[in-house]
Ligand binder design. Structure first.
Ligand SMILES: Cc1ncc(COP(=O)(O)O)c(C=O)c1O
Length: 381
């Protein structure tokens, strides 16, 4: 097998995005303006969301959702340890407490059964994450949230195309945040999106997105200038630029074909690895749609094959991998805040140690995919 380099990720950007950015650069308007408005409308149509705000990142989107829905000091938010630190950071940033619940061993998503037991008089919200683009069990989680009068705010960083058993992510709960970070299924370089179900909450989030100012920069250019704005409450600086939105608009036009390519690559991996006893392929829920943001192989324990061995062997062959995720309660800073250590969430910890994420992105050629398959087969057999 001839050596080649297949990095863990390469963005899928082309002349369309270049031209769109060039147009913004010469338009005289760089920050949030007409492209942002058009991008928000297009995302809202795609997701079926009621109220939609572009933001500077998913992390800011989650924080804005919590703030505008009134979550703060004295409140607890239930979420998963098997996520990126940003999920928990958004909760701490509004002054609320994190309450972790262990995950489903099959897909690493928040286990709905565990949520009920974690609810206390302080619980204000549940924040599921659709890990890898696999839908969390939203029907069951929403039923729990409704029964206990809790807010449902989901972290859809991996899940722009995901459909859950309760409907499209972004149109189910009180708020959903998405990431358009460089490696995501749809990228704006850096960026994100927040969808909200309630109009008043949306108006508040819109103000809080830009310092709490009651008019955005585009409105301030409406001939009235800066004379008439006020700041009813202090907010974040989390708006998206027209440059980013212009990239997003072009990415949206190609989203269906990019989604299709991810499904094709997943299918090729599923078929190629089906008969190898040392590894299992991801299980897909019967209901809904998996966005295939991450394709993680599971080590079955049928041999002495370890995560470190597989990562190193693939690296030596030029294939980039990743791990989603080291559970957050095992990271230094969060560990100090949570006062929890190894063993606190055994399912999440086992999941972390037994999964390796392979390259999966539309910019992969068929021969890139062949090469990853051959490298995995060679290492795992
Ligand atoms: C599960 C999860 N949540 C939140 C984020 C944060 O996204 P962003 O970088 O857009 O803030 C990430 C980023 O990768 C993520 O993986």
């Amino acid at each position: 097998m001839k050596h080649r380099e297949v990095p863990f990720h390469r963005p899928n950007l082309g002349p369309q995005e270049e031209a769109a950015v060039a147009q913004v650069m010469t338009s005289g308007w760089l920050t949030s303006g007409p492209r942002v408005a058009a991008f928000e409308e297009a995302c809202s149509t795609y997701l079926g969301s009621r109220f939609t705000l572009s933001v500077s990142s998913c992390t800011d989107g989650l924080e804005l959702a919590l703030l505008s829905l009134g979550v703060g000091p004295g409140d607890e938010v239930i979420t998963t340890p098997l996520t990126f630190v940003a999920t928990l950071a958004s909760i701490w940033r509004v002054g609320a407490e994190v309450k972790l619940v262990d995950v489903d061993p099959v897909n690493g998503n928040l286990d709905a059964q565990g949520i009920e037991a974690a609810i206390t008089s302080k619980t204000k919200a549940i924040m599921p994450v659709h890990l890898a683009g696999c839908p969390a069990p939203m029907k069951a989680i929403k039923a729990i949230a409704d029964a206990h009068g809790l807010l449902l705010i989901d972290d859809g960083a991996h899940a722009f195309e995901t459909v859950s058993d309760a409907g499209k992510v972004g149109a189910v709960g009180d708020g959903s945040a998405f990431s358009f970070y460089a490696t995501k299924n749809l990228t704006t370089g850096e960026g994100g999106l927040l969808t909200l179900a309630n109009e008043e909450v949306y108006e508040r989030a819109k103000r809080l997105r830009l310092h709490g100012i009651d008019k955005d920069a585009w409105q301030r250019e409406d001939g009235q200038g800066f004379r008439f704005y006020d700041v009813p409450e202090i907010g974040l600086k989390a708006n998206m630029s027209d440059i980013a939105a212009a990239i997003g608009l072009e990415q949206l036009k190609r989203l269906d074909s990019m989604t299709k390519r991810r499904q094709e690559i997943s299918k090729r991996y599923d078929e190629a690895f089906a008969e190898i006893p040392t590894i299992d392929t991801p299980q897909i829920p019967l209901e809904g749609f998996h966005a295939r943001h991450v394709y993680a192989l599971e080590l079955t324990g049928a041999s002495s094959l370890t995560q470190d061995f597989l990562v190193d062997a693939l690296f030596a062959r030029g294939v980039g991998t990743s791990v989603h995720f080291k559970p957050v309660h095992l990271l230094l800073g969060p560990q100090k805040k949570l006062k929890l250590g190894s063993g606190a969430f055994p399912v999440a910890e086992h999941y972390w140690r037994t999964h390796v994420s392979l390259p999966i992105y539309p910019a992969m050629s068929d021969s890139d995919v062949d090469y990853v398959i051959a490298s995995v087969q060679e290492t795992c057999r």
